[in-house]
Design a protein around this ligand. Structure first.
Ligand code: GLY
Length: 451
């Protein structure tokens, strides 16, 4: 295998920072390019790291221009908009070696309606749903009242007034497209809110809400063979006590104890079935498949599949991989994942996302404010910091987005890891008291551990 590799990572968040560090760890890698990346990705690295922002994740041609400029030996496309736009297809067509699913298999993430229909076809345990198309004219709905989402939820809530439902945009919405409703008024208001997602919300689902404990898995797939990494659990609401709006993710833990007694069921019904299903349908999946699941009365169900590493779950799962990342990706690209052994460490990891106050809604007034103490947090033993919305000017950090950074503590158990992450976060402050973060990430596992 070629050594001294140049690797291009496509994406801009703390997930891509984590991925870049997995590639950097390999002795076969010499140079990393992050596009568009963020300032923190290039900060104090052991190897040469170039951040090139001269592109857009929604513009595959601009990403191709970056690839042509640096001529990388390998490319990992890690971000959903880029995958949905067909970036992998375009780069492959131009002769690059690319890790990540092409546009059609990646549809499992970017088209929630098609994804649910696929799950139905392959008997993957998942919630009941109906889909609606607001492109259709009101006249059309007049003749067929069942086509009206409002009529549908009225019927649902007549039978069960406090039913849990999710109104879900079918397109990509940065993790914020599933709106929870617990009564008819909320459901109707959420149907109205689909408009704010533009094209992504024109077709939307009304889904039965499942009640249970959530988990996630990341599975590297070569079209046929696969390896599921350690389990994880995301923390999706913006506030503690599982309250507030949905976010892209405010923290994560790995492993997640909820999966232990049902891991075989998860593998059989939620991991193997979609991989086999996509292969049988002639669109074999190659890349990282993300499973978001929920345990309901002892049985696992799907919440969604994504076509990439989760953010912030990547920050707690990928650092545990001991096998050279280049070897894993190589085996994946060559369809021989069944012939390598992938090893992970036995540590627990606890991630807290530091966000701008107001995220996921209005945080514009935080942009440009100084972030203090991150340099100190990075120096703590057993702590890693991964950067997202950060600008660096004269060596100082400034807020430049909603989710700004991830602090990950690692330890022998969840409490050990949690203490390190919380201690590190206590070093950080954003001017004007503008740092927002949670403390109850993985609270169920914390309780299980303490009992
Ligand atoms: N943390 C959820 C996601 O990355 O989709």
């Amino acid at each position: 295998m070629k050594e001294n590799l140049t690797v291009l990572i496509i994406g801009a968040g703390a997930r891509e920072d984590t991925i870049s560090r997995a590639w950097e760890k390999s002795s076969k890698v010499k140079r990393l390019i992050a596009a568009p990346g963020n300032d923190f990705i290039g900060y104090e690295r052991k190897k040469e790291v170039i951040v090139d922002k001269n592109c857009s994740l929604k513009d595959p041609e601009s990403l191709l221009r970056i690839a042509c400029k640096y001529n990388p030996d390998r490319i990992e496309v890690a971000q959903d908009d880029a995958l949905a736009g067909g970036t992998v297809d375009l780069l492959q067509k131009n002769g690059f070696q690319v890790f990540g699913p092409t546009k059609i298999p990646a549809r499992i993430e970017w088209d929630k309606k098609e994804s649910r229909e696929f799950m139905q076809r392959h008997k993957i345990p998942s919630p009941d749903f109906r889909w609606f198309d607001s492109n259709k004219s009101p006249i059309f709905r007049l003749f067929d009242p069942n086509k009206s989402a409002k009529n549908y939820v009225k019927k649902l809530y007549k039978k069960e007034p406090d039913k849990l439902t999710y109104i879900k945009a079918t397109g990509l919405c940065a993790g914020k497209g599933a709106l929870k409703s617990t009564n008819l008024d909320e459901a109707i208001a959420n149907i109205q809110k689909m408009k704010k997602f533009g094209d992504a919300g024109k077709v939307f689902l009304v889904e039965e809400g499942l009640i249970g404990e959530e988990f996630s898995y990341h599975v590297v797939v070569d079209g046929e063979n696969y390896h599921a990494f350690k389990s994880a659990q995301d923390s999706k609401t913006v506030f503690n006590f599982d309250e507030g709006d949905q976010t892209g993710g405010m923290g994560a833990i790995s492993p997640a104890m909820v999966t232990a007694p049902i891991s075989e069921d998860i593998e059989k019904n939620l991991i193997k079935k979609p991989i086999d299903g996509m292969r049988k349908e002639g669109r074999p999946y190659k890349g990282v498949l993300y499973l978001s699941g929920i345990k309901v009365d002892g049985k696992p169900f799907n919440i969604e599949y994504n076509a990439r590493w989760g953010d912030p779950e990547c920050q707690v799962v990928l650092p545990s991989v001991k096998t050279d990342y280049v070897d894993i990706i190589e085996a994946c690209l060559e369809g021989r994942l069944d012939r390598i052994e992938i090893q992970e460490d036995k540590k627990s990891r606890f991630c807290i996302v530091g966000a701008s106050r107001g995220y996921p809604n209005n945080y514009e007034n935080v942009i440009g404010k100084r972030i203090y103490g991150l340099e100190d947090a990075m120096k703590i033993d057993g702590v890693e910091v991964y950067g997202a919305g950060i600008k660096i000017i004269d060596g100082k950090f400034y807020a430049n987005g909603g989710r700004l950074f991830s602090i990950v503590g690692e330890g022998d158990n969840i409490m050990d890891a949690r203490q390190k992450a919380c201690f590190a976060m206590a070093h950080v402050h954003i001017k004007g008291n503008n740092l927002q973060h949670k403390i109850d990430i993985g609270w169920r596992d914390v309780e299980r551990f303490l009992e």
